[in-house]
Every structure is written in C-alpha cells, then in structure tokens.
Design a protein around this ligand. Structure first.
Ligand SMILES: O=c1[nH]c(=O)c2nc[nH]c2[nH]1
Length: 484
C-alpha cells in the first residue's frame, strides 16, 4: 500500500531575488511587465514580502528590510540573458500516460483510448509500475518549469495516493484526481469501476489520504474526476456532483474534444440537449470545474459554461496530435470564459507547458485561417494563459501566476545563450575555425546576440526554447529543481 505519514511542511531561508523579472500583469493578457532592475523578497513561508523596482544595489534593499539581513541572494546574470518568470500551471495532464508521450500513431480519441491509453493506465494496478512512472513524470514536469499540475491518475487508490505522496515530497503543487469510470458498456472489462458506489468510495479514500498528508491542501489537493460523460453512468455523475457540493473540492473532466465523442454523448444522454448540459444536470458545472478541450461547444454551451463560471483547459498539442480539432480560444475569451493551458499528456506528446504555449499561438493561426485574423493569439497572451489564466482555472489566482506582495514564490529562472562576438581581431581562417570547431555552448537552444529587446528574447524563448533553458524552479519558496 502507498502510505505516507509525512505531512507537508517546509521552512525556507528568506531569500532576495535580484535582477530581471517578467510576468503578465494581473488582468492584462496582451502585454508583459518587464522589470530589469528588481528585487523580490520571499519569506520563510515562501510568500513574497516585498517587490522593489529600479534597484541600484543590494545593500540599500537589505537596509530597508532588516528581516532580510541574513537572506540568501539569488541574482540573474547582468548581461541580460536570464530572467525570473512565474512557474507554469498545467491545468490538464494524465500522469499515468506519461510513458506513452509521443506514442499515438494516427489514432483519434476513441480508438486511441482503447488501443494505447486504457491498457497503460490499467498497468498501474502495480505499485512499482506506478512509482516508476509517477516519479519520472513529476521530475520531468518540474524540469520544464511546471510548478502546479492538475493530474488525472487512474482508478487505483494506492497508485493515486502514491502520486499525491510523490508530488508532496518533490514539492510540486498538485491537484490529484482518482479517475472515476463505472460505465460497463463503454469502459473495458479490465479497467472499470465495479459500480457508481465504488467510484465514490474510492474517491473518498483518496481524499482521506491527501487530507492526512496535507491537511490544509497547502500543496496537494484532491480533485474529483469523472473521466468524461461517456465513461460514467448517470448514477455516478449524480453522486460525484453531490460529493463535489458536500466537500467543496475542485473537479475536472473532459468536454467536446472529438466529433464522435460528442455524438456518443448524444446517444448516451438523449434527455439532455448538449454535452455541457449533461454536466450541468448533475451539478458538476460549477466555478470549481476544469473542462478539458472544449473544441465543439455551441454558443449556448459556451454561454452556459460562462454563466456557471466553469473553467476551460485548452490543450492544443493534444488537439493537434489526435486530430481532434482547433479550439476557438479567442471566441471563448471574448465570451468571458476563463481559459488556461494543459499539456494533456499523453494525448499531448510533450510534458512541457512551453510547448503548449507555442502550440497555442500556432493553432490560433490555423483557426484564424477560417475564422479571421482576430483569432490569432500572441506570445504574450499565450504566456498569460500558461500562468495567470492557469492560476484562475485552478482557483489559485491570489496565490500564484505572478509576482505581487502576498503571492507565493512559484517561479522559474530562465537562461538564454549569449552568442560571443568574434570581434575584429581575427584572421579570416581563425574566425571560420572558431565557428566550425567550437560550435554553440550548452546553455540551451536559444541564441541571443545582445541587440534583442526583452519582448524579442521572450518570443525567442517561446518559439525555440525547452527545458535546457529552465535553470531553476521554486514552489512556495522551496527550490524544487535545478539544472546543474
Ligand atoms: O485527451 C484525452 N485523454 C484521456 O485520457 C481521455 N479520457 C477521456 N477523454 C480523454 N481525452
């Protein structure tokens, strides 16, 4: 059995972060706030105590904030190749599917589930398989700067509890959901809850476990997880809706990802007018619900989701890989719906939210080809969705997603490679030798030449960067990843 009696409690050394900070303003998706000479003080609880701009020297800050007299100092490099950025928030990821990342052939959702996904998830009945997969998944997402993840686990209680233990130990903020799927006509025999009551009882066991390891859900929280409407009976959906109401816990599920799936929902729930109305009828469409995908929503469904203040996780990599479709993110945003980003591993082939940011801009351009130029999302808007938007989706917008006093220090240090100038004092052959035989250094795949603006550098990071650019990652003030 996966059990842990260790409760989450970390006390950090107060730290002053100096240098360049970039984040999205709280309610402004279209631009980034760049602070080149900043200082942020983070106290031992991991909370931001002060934010100062135009800081010329460290001593003046220490004089001004005596409680930081013995603070650690973490500084970005002065030549403009490094910056602090808020940690990424992955609002939709299936941890047990991590070994399948990249393995999807030319399948689409419903055959992909049966061919690749259910057999993989079923293998987590073995706790040793679960330990291997979950340890690597959490380590890998952290290394990509994901400080918060909304995880789907599997139907297995011990493995789900283990995922919560691993997130807690690794210091990743997480929502961990035991997946509920009790519909015997839809789910395979080898991977199905016995009954609606079993779905509820096992969900409660996982809630109890997380309550034990993190009583106030400071870092890890349970999340109620009906897989998607087709995989659940009406009885299970109703009981999960009641459980969500009683416990006040967040919920997650899928909606309108694939045309055949939408048809299936119509057949299974003919008494409801739409997919969104199925969830609404069972009390699941609430401000605490995270809906993955949301590609084929009607205007009426979008308005219903908006009126219930349910949230949407946009998963552009998965939607492209499984040929699901292009979600109309601008339309959702214009309709006032809150949107964040998800990797949706392993429908999505990459555990990187940076990749999801990149795909958000590209998919929006495909949508623009049919629906008009205003559908294009900028780098700035996509980064907003990955941080501030994600924070709203998981209900933590007052804690994470940006750098303000009172927020928690969930951050990543990004480093780019400065290309050395060859200067004028080389003979022609020497310059050629240097270029050919020395090649790039290993500070990641993004080359900067020194003349770029910060907006340019951020765009180059988004379009060319990867985890080699993520030099350090902090959650609630604790350093949880470091690229040595
Ligand atoms: O992308 C997806 N991944 C899944 O595991 C899943 N289950 C239902 N619907 C799903 N969509």
């Amino acid at each position: 059995m996966a059990t842990s009696s260790r409760k989450y409690k970390v006390v950090n050394t107060p730290t002053i972060y100096f240098g360049t900070f970039i984040h999205s303003p709280r309610d402004e998706a279209s631009k980034l706030d760049v602070c080149e000479e900043g200082a942020i003080g983070v106290n031992s609880d991991g909370v931001i105590d002060f934010v100062e701009r135009d800081v010329k020297d460290i001593d003046s800050i220490v004089d001004k904030y005596p409680s930081f007299k013995n603070a650690e100092i973490v500084q970005t490099r002065p030549e403009g190749t490094q910056f602090f950025f808020p940690g990424f928030i992955d609002t939709h990821i299936h941890a047990p599917q991590y070994p399948n990342a990249g393995v999807f052939g030319s399948s689409t959702l419903l055959d992909w589930l049966n061919k690749y996904t259910f057999p993989r998830e079923a293998s987590l009945s073995s706790l040793s398989v679960a330990r291997t997969i979950y340890s690597r998944c959490v380590a890998r997402t952290l290394s990509h700067g994901t400080t918060t993840a909304a995880y789907y686990a599997t139907i297995h209680v011990p493995a789900t509890n283990l995922l919560a233990d691993i997130c807690s130990a690794a210091g990743q903020r997480a929502f961990v959901g035991r997946v509920c799927m009790d519909h015997k006509d839809i789910n395979p025999d080898f991977y199905c809850d016995e009954s609606a009551d079993e779905s509820i009882a096992n969900t409660c066991l996982c809630i109890d476990h997380i309550k034990k390891i993190d009583p106030n859900y400071e870092l890890v929280s349970p999340i109620i997880t009906p897989r998607f409407a087709p995989s659940c009976t009406a009885e299970a959906l109703e009981k999960l809706g009641k459980l969500a109401k009683e416990t006040g816990l967040p919920c997650q599920t899928h909606i309108s990802e694939n045309r055949n799936e939408v048809q299936l929902v119509k057949q299974l729930f003919p008494e409801h007018d739409s997919y969104a109305e199925v969830y609404d009828a069972f009390g699941l469409l609430t401000p605490k619900m995270i809906l993955g995908h949301a590609i084929y929503l009607s205007k009426k469904e979008m308005e219903l989701i908006k009126s219930r203040d349910a949230k949407i996780s946009h998963c552009p990599v998965s939607n492209s890989a499984l040929t699901s479709g292009g979600a109309k993110v601008r339309w959702l945003m214009n309709g006032g719906v809150t949107v964040g980003l998800g990797t949706d591993v392993s429908g999505g082939y990459s555990p990187s939210i940076l990749e999801a940011v990149r795909a958000t801009t590209l998919v929006s351009r495909h949508v623009a080809l049919s629906d008009g130029d205003e559908c294009k999302l900028s780098v700035e808007e996509s980064l907003y969705l990955a941080t501030r938007g994600g924070a709203k989706v998981v209900g933590l917008e007052n804690k994470i997603g940006g750098f303000e006093v009172g927020m928690e220090w969930d951050a990543q240090l990004i480093g780019l490679e400065l290309v050395e100038t060859t200067g004028d004092d080389f003979a022609e052959e020497e310059v050629v030798d240097k270029v050919v035989f020395e090649g790039p250094k290993s500070a990641g795949p993004v080359d900067v030449f020194g003349w770029e603006t910060w907006d340019d550098k951020v765009a180059k990071w988004v379009y060319n960067g990867d985890d080699r650019n993520t030099l350090g990652v902090w959650v609630k003030g604790r350093k949880v990843w470091s690229r040595t």
